[in-house]
Structure formats: C-alpha cells, structure tokens
Design a protein around this ligand. Structure first.
Ligand SMILES: [Cu+2]
Length: 358
C-alpha cells in the first residue's frame, strides 16, 4: 500500500516543472550507482564538498516464537500458578512469553565528502519499541503491552573509496541509547467463572534485552563494499562486522554481529530504480547478564536464548526528483531463520528513506 502511494506520489512529482528543468548531467547513472538503494544501507562516499542528508524510518515486526528453525507455542515454555503475585509453573522455564514485538527506528544521517576519496558520516536514531506479553494461567490468559522509547546508539564513521568498485568504511557506535529502560505494564484477562475482566498493573519493570534502546558498549564496525554497474544494471556486495568493545555498565555485552548482503538493481528511467537484495546475518549470544533483568520472567530476558542467524530477501523502489532529492521504500521478509530459542521470530521489515544531496 505504501509502495503504491509512493509510486503515485513520484509520478505526480515527475510532472512538475521542476523536473522538466532538471539538469540531467548532474543526475546521471553515477548518482544512481552511488545511491543504489537509498533504502539498502549501502556504504558509499561522496565527491569532495558534497553533503547528503538522509532520514530513514524502519519498522521491524516480530510475531511468535522460534526455537532453532521450528515454531514454539508460548504455552509450552511459559506459565504461571495462580496466586498474587503469580509464581512460575515449575514445569515451565518462564513465567511469561512475548507474543509480538514492533521495533520502530527513526534515523537521521549526515554525510560529507571531505576529499574525493574520503567521506565522513554521523547518525543519530530514535527508537520506539512495543512488546506484547502473555501469561498463561490454569484458568485464563493474561496479556499486556510494554513500550520503551528514546534515543538509540549514535554512529560516527569514515568511508574510503579505494577505486571505482571497492569502498571500505570504519564506524564507531557510541552508547547514547539507554540500557536502564523500565516500563509499566497492565495485564488483563477474562475470568472464566463469571466473565468479568481481571487486571493488574506492574510499574517500573526492568525491561528485557530487545526492549532496551542501546548496547551500552562502544562498538567498532568495519565494512567493505564491492559494486559494479552498467548503464541500466548495477550489482554489488557488502560485508560488515559489529565488534562490541568490553562490558557495559550493567555487566553484559551484546553478541557481535556479522552481516553480508548482495544486491542487484535495474534503472527503469532517470527517475526510478528497482532493487533486490539478499542479506545473511549471524549474531552471537549475550555475554554476561544484567542483574536487574529476571531471566525467568520471559525468554526475552534470558541471555542464554539470544543470538542466531537469519537470511532476508528484499525488494526496493527508489525515486529521484527535483535537484538531488530521492525517496525509497524497501520491504524485506526472512527466507531462513535459525535462532537460539525460544526467541521472537522476525516477520517482516519495512523501511522508508528520504535523501537529499547537494
Ligand atoms: Cu551518502
């Protein structure tokens, strides 16, 4: 739906006088090559003195639980005994389980071409996480939602063009995102005896790891990108690694993460390009644990069931308009997931990007 809306918007913009006067020599395929997928996180550098501003919105949706590659019912791994407060069912590992999660990220990035070969980059992001939880009790299910929001980790980086095809980059992630996030949650259910609604509210819950906003550590991110193109076609691959440095203040370290993706794109017209991408990511378990997060409360708070591998396939559409503006959408679905579970299963990821270069 959003893609259809964008196509319509792009077509409308394409017929404005600004487009007719556009200098096409400034907007050639090189520009398209550098910015293949505005929505694809592809590292690139800029000509000397060139600025780029980018806003990216990303929504990741998770649904249900996965152990290895197989689905797990929350009933099989979690449950409570009746009473106040409810105590964990001794035959289950956890008191509650997450059923759904939505992670929203708003990223603002600024790039500047320092020399013909070297570009600098800075990025801040704002996150908004929602997690739905269920607690199975002998007679009823209680469910509720937790939410955390705030500044995430920030990125500073440098990209170096080696030749027409190879780019390397080194970024450092600064721990500006919170790792002491708390949330209130009201759980409600229907009493089967009399049909009345029962509810209770817990306040200041130390939320589980996926609900925290940052890593709490300085992270080093080296990456290398290869790309090539003809007039109409482009392709390439990029590999990156997130190396977590030391332990955070709460006594744990998120797992390192390796990611590689390959993409192909087709230039439909000076204003449009479509792209396809295949991504493979592998990330490690959390090392250590935050003493204030109860590992038996929910699998999301258990460091032992973190880490895994995932492959995503995605389709993207980019549209260029005016003088240096572009918008892009990208939709990704997992084609393979193998998680140290039970962990939340990724369902889809949608991103929207606006870029301005001058
Ligand atoms: Cu850029």
């Amino acid at each position: 739906m959003r893609a259809r809306f964008l196509i319509t918007a792009c077509l409308a913009l394409g017929f404005t006088p600004a487009m007719a006067e556009m200098d096409h020599s400034q907007h050639d395929m090189t520009g398209h090559t550098a910015h293949t997928g505005a929505s694809a996180h592809i590292h690139h550098s800029h000509r000397k003195g060139m600025w780029m501003l980018e806003y990216r919105f990303m929504r990741m949706n998770m649904n249900g639980l996965l152990d290895g590659t197989g689905n797990v019912d929350s009933r099989d791994i979690s449950g409570a005994f009746p009473g106040t407060p409810p105590t964990i069912d001794p035959t289950k590992s956890y008191l509650m389980a997450p059923t759904k999660m939505r992670m929203d990220m708003h990223m603002l990035m600024l790039m500047y071409g320092l020399t013909e070969r070297l570009s600098l980059m800075g990025m801040v992001n704002y996150r908004d996480n929602r997690m739905d939880m269920v607690m199975h009790m002998p007679m009823l299910d209680m469910s509720g939602t937790m939410e955390t929001r705030g500044l995430g980790d920030s990125l500073l980086g440098a990209m170096m063009t080696l030749d027409d095809r190879w780019t390397t980059s080194l970024s450092i992630s600064l721990p500006t995102g919170g790792i002491d996030e708390t949330a209130d949650m009201t759980m409600t259910g229907i009493n089967p005896m009399d049909g009345t609604q029962v509810s209770f509210t817990s306040t200041n819950i130390d939320v589980s790891y996926p609900m925290q906003l940052g890593s709490g550590t300085f992270d080093l991110i080296p990456a290398v990108t290869y790309k090539d193109s003809t007039d109409k076609l482009g392709w390439g691959t990029q590999a990156s690694y997130i190396l977590r440095l030391g332990d955070n203040d709460n006594g744990y370290t998120l797992g390192d993460r390796f990611e590689i993706f390959a993409w192909g794109k087709y230039v439909i017209s000076p204003s449009f390009l479509v792209s396809g991408k295949l991504t493979f990511a592998d990330w490690g378990r959390i090392d250590g644990r935050d003493p204030s997060i109860d590992p038996q409360m929910s699998p999301a708070g258990d460091p032992d069931v973190t880490g895994g591998t995932r492959a995503d396939a995605s389709l993207g559409l980019n549209c260029f308009f005016g003088q240096g503006h572009s918008v892009g959408v990208e939709f990704a679905v997992p084609v393979h997931q193998d998680l140290n579970g039970p962990q939340m299963e990724n369902d889809w990821t949608l991103s929207f990007t606006y870029q301005y270069m001058r």
